[in-house]
Design a protein around this ligand. Sequence first.
Ligand SMILES: C[S@@+](CC[C@H](N)C(=O)[O-])C[C@H]1O[C@@H](n2cnc3c(N)ncnc32)[C@H](O)[C@@H]1O
Length: 294
Amino acid sequence: MRPDSNPGNGNEDAGIRVGFTITDQEFETIRALVKSKTGISLGLHKRDLVISRLSRRLRALGLSSFSQYIEVLRQAGDGGELVQMMNRITTNKTDFFREKHHFQMLADTLLPHIYAEGEVSGKRVLRAWSAGCSSGEEPYTIAITLQEFFAERPGWDYKLLASDLDTTMLERASRGAYDSAMLEPVPKNLLNKYFVRTGRGEEVFYQVKPELRQLISFRKFNLMNDTYPLKVAMDFIFCRNVLIYFDADDKARILRRFHQALKPGGHIFVGHSESLMMVKDIFTYAGTTVYRKI
Ligand SMILES: C[S@@+](CC[C@H](N)C(=O)[O-])C[C@H]1O[C@@H](n2cnc3c(N)ncnc32)[C@H](O)[C@@H]1O
């Protein structure tokens, strides 16, 4: 199947299509719904974003106002339309090898450390989690880093969990098909090794090879849930460019749940503008936007 060449809500909010307006009350209702269902705090300045991202949906449903749309959301309860709305509101921008220094730190420092400990204890198992994985570029980059590292270190069982709230993104991630523009950050040798070029002319795209795909389990999961029902503890968690959408209290709660989900001494990687100052009692600095469980 061909990948979608325009993934949608990356950052194309400038293209506001005129036609719909939103009253203060409608905006407040949508903000409250988004906050209660996703934890995402939409600032007051996000009014245009809400209009631009939801207008097409209103048109598709044949609605003429946001108040009609709110009624549809109310009638749907926690079902279909709420998922559709959340899929449109979340920001999914991502890239292969985004914030490259994280993958260098992983390959040069963290994986050798995990490997050395596992060789001593005899527990040759590694588990990692990409929380807020969007369309899959982040977990596939982690998987490539793992595969490269363990290629010459046999006998290890390593796997990744990749989760997101947005079902459209999860489907895309699970499909693992990307067009060449999306794969620009991937070094040529790795592109040839882990992707198969398919199609022809304008229809060319790259499919992730099964050996990489099978390392990852994709799951729908809301980070606002009170408990994280993980079967095993994680060696490290990537939760990058997700926490920025939550308010300080929710962020701290999520980080405390991550703390529980990690093995002793496990690591968390966050986005370049994110800090863990508010939970410095349980995480300590371990590198640029990388923290270790205390
Ligand atoms: C900007 S993307 C970041 C993707 C990737 N981590 C990266 O840094 O390239 C943020 C992702 O977080 C997801 N997200 C937002 N709120 C969430 C929640 N409450 N639970 C799970 N995922 C959520 C969005 O759907 C989106 O795919």
